[in-house]
Design a protein around this ligand. Structure first.
Ligand code: LIP
Length: 266
């Protein structure tokens, strides 16, 4: 099927900006509270997450009624057009709950199962990253290029942790091993923004286990279109088991260290 990626990008940019304005206003005007918990008592959802997802889903499917939709907060819909939206209405929900400025609206469009458009919008910094497959990654009109750091000891590495205490213990042990082998570690709390930081050269690499499709879809395309290899270990695809993003030379240098430290183990 022929789909205009330019049309999908324009729609994603518009809707991400609208959702970003909504969640920022709710954060500034109201006391944000936990509406429910999910996989653990610390895996929270706020009414803002839900309101953002409703806005995004309604806007996208009103504009393109035949599309499919997958959202973190449960709003899913099958489609018939071949276009499927993958959305995190607020990525970095805990940061949002605490009033930390590191959260984003993440919107990706898949065509026949392949992510072709990605938009990540930080409503606090007013930064919007975007990418169309094969056409580069962009921020504020500037084409992005990942850093060229080639050795682990010179690499600033972003990471994150899941919500399950047992998983976190294993992830923490892996990060503790890696810490002595790299420049330093950063834990920002929003995967989509971590991936955009790799695309922008603000991080040299990113590694995290347990990401959901909506955490990865848009930011993964943006990082890849900026020159990063975005994958798991041993040739695996990036996914819930593990996501690693870095320029290809650094990726290869990091891979044995990540494996030996225990990243990606169940
Ligand atoms: C978050 C991810 C982050 C991870 C957090 C959380 P959420 O997504 O973006 O990378 O470390 O634990 O999963 O839950 O805020 O949408």
């Amino acid at each position: 099927m022929t789909v205009s990626t330019a049309e999908l990008l324009d729609l994603a940019l518009r809707v991400a900006a609208e959702a970003g304005s909504l969640v920022r206003r709710l954060r500034e005007e109201a006391e944000v509270s936990v509406a429910a918990t999910k996989s653990s008592p610390t895996d929270v959802v706020t009414e803002s997450d839900r309101a953002s997802e409703r806005l995004i889903r309604d806007a996208l499917l009103t504009a393109r009624p035949g599309d499919g939709f997958l959202g973190e907060e449960g709003g899913s819909a099958d489609g018939s057009s071949g276009v499927h939206w993958v959305v995190d209405p607020i990525d970095g929900t805990v940061n949002y709950l605490y009033g930390l400025p590191t959260y984003a609206v993440s919107i990706a469009a898949e065509v026949d199962g392949e992510v072709v458009v990605g938009v990540v919008h930080n409503p606090v910094s007013s930064e919007t990253w975007s990418a169309v497959r094969g056409e580069g990654a962009w921020l504020a009109g500037r084409r992005l290029q990942v850093s060229q750091v080639s050795v682990p000891e010179g690499a600033l590495v972003g990471t994150g942790f899941g919500y399950d205490p047992g998983v976190r213990a294993r992830q923490g042990a892996a990060v503790a091993t890696l810490l002595a082998q790299v420049r330093d570690i950063r834990r920002a709390g929003a995967a989509s923004l971590d991936l955009c930081s790799v695309a922008t050269g603000r991080l040299d690499a990113y590694v995290e286990q347990g990401l959901a499709p909506w955490d990865l879809a848009a930011g993964g395309l943006i990082a890849a279109e900026a020159g990063a290899r975005v994958a798991g270990l041993g040739g695996a695809e990036a996914g819930r088991r593990l996501v690693v993003a870095a320029n290809p030379v650094l990726f290869s240098a990091l891979e044995p260290l990540l494996s030996e430290a225990g990243f990606g183990t169940a």
